[in-house]
Design a protein around this ligand. Structure first.
Ligand code: ADP
Length: 666
């Protein structure tokens, strides 16, 4: 019996698990870091325990602190979610030693699948088709290069301890092999502390199709059909769906059987996913799929499986962990319709998908027939400490087209202000001709990246409306004193007129705003394509704005925050900054300073005041989410001041180091 579950995770997955626990009458305990004190998962739980500082290594990855929290609250089981400690066999041992139930597979099963090479060897033995390649012990260049030749180019070098696409290199010919090998090794060493690799045949026209499996402690195992995760960017999943478009019955049966075989080979109990790579060069064929790896946990994309099977996978996990048999047999399982999931991230698709942070000043998901798994609410902050996923949005339809339409529509009606998100990119992907026609392979996004990441230019009337909203001149709306104090109102020809600064794509622009009657406005500014525009009959009710421009009545939603105005119009989000005070003088690089190019955490400071540096010399290393960036000296010079310390969390455009001005230095 499980009566109280501690969830060793945060964000949407912690909330997701709590919903099921509550439904089953099970009490919940949240653990949280200092950065998450006000987080949704903490609010949702029956009890919550602070386990450490923001850095995951000091909190969500601290097995001891988590076990201590379980002891203090009397939890009898621990659900690890995904990521963090979910695939850490040492933690499973610790949990069991403490007499608690780990809601997940055995430590032994996790170990068996933990390294790609060992897992592949095991699967070969169990007669599961494995990608042709070399996953032996030898690591010398000559051996690996020889194996690559035997396999035939192109090949893929993979870190055996790999994950998240790290330590992976596609090599097209022999000449490129040595360099690719050393760079894959370097990355593997840095990411996993293990530089051993394997070499695989690179499958052409690859599709990523994975099978959800479930086992119990009574020796039963079933599969819950497939998910297609071929829509990837840099080997990371962007949109997932179930079932896989164009999947023939015989191939589904063969993949399902292979996955169940894989699970049975390691006496698997709980939820797991067997990932296959599929050669789709001639459509889907029952003899063209190969085992890549098994993920021994619940996956981010599990909701699409839930939507087509009508099952609650977390409930199954809890029942299996409590010792029950699987609720259904294979022939009781069936597929209903089609489901698609999109991952909404705080990232700037227009700037190479740079991760973003920020406070979610406004957050509203659309009502209707759409599932939203979120771990944040209005006012919450996306920090650089954790994955910048804001929510998952999942649509179900009787057909793929219906599900995709619903998803695109819901993404377009999603209102997020305070950070930049990838929703416009996701909508475009849903509507991409190749994707919509299911001409899928893992290269689809990269091939169409330009059109998918094109930034929409806001029409004049939207820019003008943002300026009007920011002006503080709309009766009964916003804080009129705000702008009046900063800019100073003045009148020409008896009409109130005000200058309003607005930041558009990071550039400061200004607008003259005149009121012509209580509900009519004239906006002038060189940022407007036409130079000037009249907005008529402007009215505001909460976030709903109505106005008329060029004889057309229009409606939009608008979020007016202290430092930004965000307009949601016809499925697009247009963000504008409100420049304040001296900020303009403070930021912006130039020859005398090093400025953060993205929000993040300072990992290393390599210089000190008074030190002489050469142009291009590394000064500061920053990290944000999954990216590391080295900031170097803009010119030869002497360091005047170091303004940040290791561990500091800095915003975008903050000065980190200044150089002495030339005259001073001389
Ligand atoms: P990681 O564990 O780092 O995520 P995976 O082995 O799961 O690495 O592979 C990630 C992605 O890389 C797959 O989803 C697929 O798109 C691509 N990939 C992996 N192996 C192959 C292969 N042999 N041929 C072509 N693409 C591959």
């Amino acid at each position: 019996m499980i009566t109280k579950i501690l969830i060793a995770n945060r964000g949407e997955i912690a909330c997701r698990i709590m919903r099921t626990a509550r439904k089953m009458g099970i009490a919940t305990v949240a653990v949280y870091s200092e950065a998450d004190a006000g987080a949704l998962h903490v609010e949702m739980a029956d009890e919550a325990v602070l386990i450490g500082p923001a850095q995951a290594s000091e909190s969500y990855l601290k097995g001891d602190a988590i076990l201590d929290a379980a002891k203090r609250t009397g939890a009898d089981a621990i659900h690890p979610g995904y990521g963090f400690l979910s695939e850490n066999p040492g933690f499973v041992d610790q949990v069991e030693k403490a007499g608690l139930i780990f809601i997940g597979p055995s430590a032994k099963a996790i170990r068996a699948m933990g390294l790609k090479d060992a897992a592949k060897a095991l699967m070969e033995k169990a007669n599961v088709p494995v990608v042709p390649g070399y996953h032996g012990e030898a690591q010398e260049l000559v051996v690996l290069a020889g194996k690559a030749n035997e396999i035939g180019f192109p090949v893929l070098i993979k870190a055996r301890a790999g994950g998240g696409g790290k330590g992976m290199r596609k090599v097209d010919n022999q000449a490129d092999f040595p360099a690719a090998l050393s760079s894959a090794r370097r990355e593997a060493k840095a990411s996993f502390g293990d530089d051993r690799v394997l070499v695989e045949k690179y499958v052409t026209t690859p599709r990523h199709i994975e099978i959800q499996v479930f086992g119990d402690s009574h020796g039963n195992a079933v599969h819950l059909f497939e998910r297609d995760c071929s829509a990837q960017r840099r080997h990371q999943k962007v949109i997932e769906e179930a079932p896989a478009p164009g999947m023939p019955d015989d191939m589904r049966a063969a993949m399902g059987a292979a996955a169940v075989q894989a699970a049975k080979a390691i006496n698997y109990a709980g939820a797991g996913t067997v990932e296959f790579i599929v050669d789709a060069s001639e459509g889907l064929k029952a003899d063209r799929f190969w085992f890549m790896e098994m993920n021994t946990r619940l996956q981010v994309e599990h909701p699409v499986t839930e939507m087509i099977t009508g099952l609650d996978l977390v409930e199954w996990q809890i029942r299996v962990a409590a010792g029950e048999a699987l609720p259904l047999t294979q022939d009781q399982l069936s597929i209903n319709g089609h489901a698609v999931e999109a991952r909404i991230y705080a990232e700037d698709a227009g700037k190479g998908f740079l991760p973003a942070v920020g406070r979610l000043m406004h957050l509203q998901f659309p009502d209707g027939d759409i599932r939203v798994d979120a771990g944040v609410r209005t006012g919450d902050e996306i920090t650089p400490f954790y994955d910048p996923m804001i929510a998952k949005m999942i649509a179900h339809g009787q057909t793929r087209a219906e599900a995709l339409d619903k998803l695109a529509g819901a993404l377009g009606r999603t209102e997020i202000a305070g950070t930049v998100t990838n929703t416009a990119f996701l909508v475009k992907l849903c509507r991409d001709a190749d994707f919509a026609a299911a001409r899928l392979d893992t290269g689809l996004i990269e091939r169409n990246i330009e059109s998918l990441t094109e930034v929409a230019v806001a029409p004049d009337y939207i820019v003008a409306l943002a300026a009007v909203a920011a002006s503080g001149m709309v009766p009964g709306y916003g804080n009129a004193a705000d702008v009046a104090g900063a800019i100073g109102p003045f009148e020409i020809w008896g009409m109130p007129k005000r200058w309003v600064p607005l930041e558009i794509n990071g550039e400061a622009r200004s607008f003259a705003i005149e009121r012509a009657g209580t509900r009519d406005w004239r906006v002038t500014g060189d940022a407007l394509a036409a130079g000037r525009i009249d907005l008529e009959a402007v009215s505001v009710h909460g976030h709903d704005w109505a106005f008329s421009a060029g004889g057309v009545a229009r409606r939009c939603r608008l979020a007016n925050a202290e430092d930004s105005v965000t307009v949601f119009y016809q499925g697009l989000t247009h963000g504008f900054g409100k420049p304040r005070g001296k900020r303009d003088d403070d930021i912006g690089g130039g020859g005398d300073q090093v400025v953060s190019a993205m929000p993040g955490i300072v990992k290393q400071v390599l210089v000190e005041a008074g030190q002489t540096v050469k142009s291009g010399e590394a000064m500061v290393i920053m990290e944000a989410m999954k990216m590391e960036m080295t900031l170097s000296a803009p010119r030869d010079g002497v360091v005047a001041e170091v303004l940040v310390a290791v561990g500091a969390q800095v915003a975008d455009g903050v000065r980190l180091v200044t150089l002495q001005v030339e005259a001073e230095a001389a």
